[in-house]
Design a protein around this ligand. Sequence first.
Ligand SMILES: Nc1ncnc2c1ncn2[C@@H]1O[C@H](COP(=O)(O)OP(=O)(O)OP(=O)(O)O)[C@@H](O)[C@H]1O
Length: 605
Amino acid sequence: MIRQAGGSLIEATRMAWAASRRWLIARVLLTVVGGMVPIAVAWLMKVVLDRLAAGDDRLTGPVLLLAGAGAAAVLLPELGRYVDAELQRSVGLAARHRLFAAVGRMLGLRRFEDPAFHDRLSIAAETGPAGPPEVVSGFLGAAQGLITMLAFLTTLAAINPWMVLVVAVAAVPTLRAELRLGRQRAALLWEYGHAARREFFYAQLMTSVTAAKEVRLYGLGGLFGARMLTELRGIQAGQRRMDRRELLVQSVQGLLGAVVAGLGLIWAVAAARSGALTIGDVSVFVAAVAGVQGGLSTAFVNAGRLHEAMLLFGHYRFVVEAPPDLPARATALPAVPPLRHGIEFDDVWFRYGDDLPWVLRGVSLHIPAGSSVALVGRNGAGKSSLVKLLCRFYDPTRGSIRWDGVDLRDLPPAELRARIGVLFQDFMAYDLSAADNIGLGEVAALDEPARIRAAAQLAGVDDILSTLPRGYDTLLTRVYMNAEDRDDPTTGVVLSGGQWQRVALARALMREDADLLVLDEPSAGLDAEAEYEISRRLAAHRAGRTSLLISHRMNTVRDADLIVVLSDGTITERGNHQELIDLDGTYARLFRRQAAGYQDPQPAT
Ligand SMILES: Nc1ncnc2c1ncn2[C@@H]1O[C@H](COP(=O)(O)OP(=O)(O)OP(=O)(O)O)[C@@H](O)[C@H]1O
């Protein structure tokens, strides 16, 4: 526990040092000077009072120093706040960069489907950037309090050693209470982190344009609003309990301090009356008692804050230091060679979790290089899951997938993916310009309008995009705008579902040299004419290339070199169109059923 806390402190200091050593040094200097100022004030005050009482005229020096120390006492906290904010900004930037770089390094999807990981991630994103500076300034704040306290303690010990003992004994329960409060505050954030995410989820639903239609049609606003408030009330109840605990601890601590200070004052006044203490001694004694208590309280409050910051920083470290989710094997190749022979699924079994049902059950499939393979099957058969395995978002539970004979686990995932162009069934619609929406398919070509346009033409969307108000630079959103469009009410357009489908297809086609093209339901949402036109163009594009096409529209798969029927996670039929029709199995049934849907019903005879 102590080693872990020490590790967090070192790590936070290292981050603060790397991000901004200038402000960190300034913060340390302010801490030391800030810690010493109260004791300087107390001693100067004693000198002034003693000289006044003795009729000594040498007052100018100490009075001027006292004024300077007073000014420092006022200015230093302000300066401290500014330096803290600067530290926070520079470390915050570095911490955020590190967090999202770590998230980017998570190559698989499993972590993103784990609610507990999302809880940690949201704490890390929320408190992470402030985490290292909070840890550092909590530590330095505690150190400042300790410096003040120790300086006053020596003074107090010289005047009345018993007072040191009384103050020290009174301090022990306070320290324990502050540490407990820090722990409870961190636990509260963890306990209610999930509720806070839910609350945010409902709030988002009520304001998002994507949900706006259903929310209005089904009249969901009230329901979501009530659920949001229920989550918020739960969070607030926890916060209220915490505030009450803090109120209690701090009140008891204040009262205890007042009793100790009162007792000390009674003793000091009596000692002064008997001539054992001078007036200056009384003033420095009173200041010392207040100083020790103030220093202790600063140290303890900051120790609690430090404890809390370190616990929260632990979530941040958990995310940024998480081991690779798709571990590289010692046998891994440094690069992915171009596909020469084909991709082989060898007895692949897959399920999304140990206690979840099998999605793929012993799939063996060869996708020869240069051939077009089509995958058909009912909803939930496992087609998209097979694509996700092919992109190595997950590893097979059993069996292997091989790229020219090399297991995908022995290839660097980023390079493997760079060789594949994919249109996902649940593709993204980015709130960005049309050019960006397509160019993102090949980031290196983001600034190559000719390539973007060629992909758009192939996907049958060029005529739509080139007639937009700003052509390909038009934003495909009504939620955001470009700075230069701030006063233009017509900025941004909303595309139809089928138009978005074509934009996403164009994005997948940006990788014109991809070794493998995967199209998961490319014709969903397309009108009959577009479907005919685009599938004709795609068939020509796929000729001679390695491709995998998933479709429920049988007319778009019939030209494939190999058609595979997936049923409940297993391959039940394979062959070309004619072979499968002759087989008269599932494929033939699905094909005939769809074809019959386009015929006029036969009149009853
Ligand atoms: N991320 C996931 N976590 C857990 N189960 C999942 C996940 N994704 C899919 N599944 C489950 O895996 C099964 C196969 O889903 P998959 O999306 O591969 O089917 P599909 O053949 O592509 O279906 P469709 O034709 O409807 O697109 C389904 O039962 C689904 O519930």
